[in-house]
Design a protein around this ligand. Structure first.
Ligand code: ZN
Ligand code: ZN
Length: 330
């Protein structure tokens, strides 16, 4: 099937649809035109159909190795950055991401055998049965294999700055879905390239692990900061562009509070994180179960910080850590 033509969503802002071999089946790469040059925000995954779609889109928009100067990655998930290396090899463009994202990759990749061992201990400490730990480790290995060789050229630091490539675009640190996730914003034109921070149809996955202990607190805080930004057009990585940022933020925040209440209701007796994950997300294959556990841990960390639950038992102890609901303050 030939790739769809790029869609101009605003003057000089083009959406290139890049296919994914897994749900949600498609990711957007954004080509920003600015006078002589182009900036690419996200690249898609590295598969032959994705390469074809990105190349075809770039050709139709008149992008050449000489005009493509910068690649900005919203975050280091495989569906967004996978083609960054090949695009750099083709064009010589400089690839940037936030330094928090790069630090996460380094922590996850360097010294992997020891990290892998600690990950297995963490799973056991959260109540994953010995027979299931190898499945979750295998899922972690598959994620790890995607990160091994990645090195950006430039790092973004701080909370906000001018986008490399200029044109009045800025980047904003919007952590939660990933700790160094950035959104791309044009204050005068009121356009927000939201990455995976705010999606129209699905609630972005927010997962905790040993590298990111409390992502939900960060996510809710960054959503609150973004909510009232002057924005008229939101460009998400998955799904169609939309207009009402505040309404969508409110929906996502409500979803997380409902999930918190669901977990609190299940904690009528002490339970491990894994037990809770299976109750909230039943019948999942191993890859998805890893995400379910991480999502559950994100909620538990948030509730623990809010003094709504307490954790009993130490991490790494022989008996898994169990969570209990706190009595509501009078
Ligand atoms: Zn993502
Ligand atoms: Zn994504």
């Amino acid at each position: 099937m030939p790739a769809a033509a790029p869609l101009q969503v605003a003057p000089g802002v083009h959406r290139v649809s890049v296919p994914l071999p897994f749900p949600p089946r498609e990711v957007a790469a954004w080509l920003l035109e600015d006078g002589a040059g182009h900036t690419l925000v996200d690249t898609g995954i590295d598969t032959p159909p994705a390469r074809g779609a990105l190349r075809d889109g770039a050709e139709r928009l008149g992008v050449t190795p000489a005009t493509l100067r910068h690649v900005v990655l919203t975050h280091a998930h495989i569906d967004h950055y996978g083609l960054a290396g090949p695009v750099r090899a083709w064009s010589g463009a400089r690839v940037c991401m936030h330094e928090r994202e790069e630090a996460l990759i380094r922590a996850f990749v360097d010294d992997w055998p020891a990290e892998r061992h600690r990950a297995a201990e963490e799973f056991r400490a959260h109540g994953v049965p010995d027979g299931v730990v190898p499945e979750l480790i295998a899922a972690t290995d598959r994620i790890h294999a995607q990160y091994e060789d990645f090195r950006p050229d430039d790092l973004l630091a701080g909370e906000r700055g001018d986008l490399p490539g200029g044109g009045g675009w800025e980047w904003l640190l919007t952590p939660g879905h990933s700790p160094g996730h950035v959104s791309v914003y044009h204050p005068e034109r009121r356009i927000l390239i939201a990455g995976d921070h705010v999606l129209p149809r699905i609630s972005p996955n927010i997962g905790a692990d040993r590298y990111v202990p409390d992502p939900l607190s960060e996510y809710l805080a960054s959503l609150a900061r973004l909510r009232d930004l002057p924005v008229e057009l939101v460009l998400p990585s998955h799904g169609e562009p939309f207009a009402d940022l505040a309404a969508r933020v409110d929906d996502i925040v409500a979803h997380h509070h409902e999930r918190n209440e669901q977990l609190l209701a299940l904690l009528e007796r002490p339970r491990s994180a894994y037990e809770l994950a299976l109750l909230v997300f039943p019948d999942l294959p191993a890859d998805t179960r890893l995400h379910a556990l991480r999502e559950t841990l994100a909620h538990l960390a948030y509730l623990e910080r809010a003094a709504r639950v307490v954790r009993e038992g130490e991490r790494g102890a022989l008996t898994p850590a169990r969570y209990t609901r706190c009595p509501l303050p009078r």
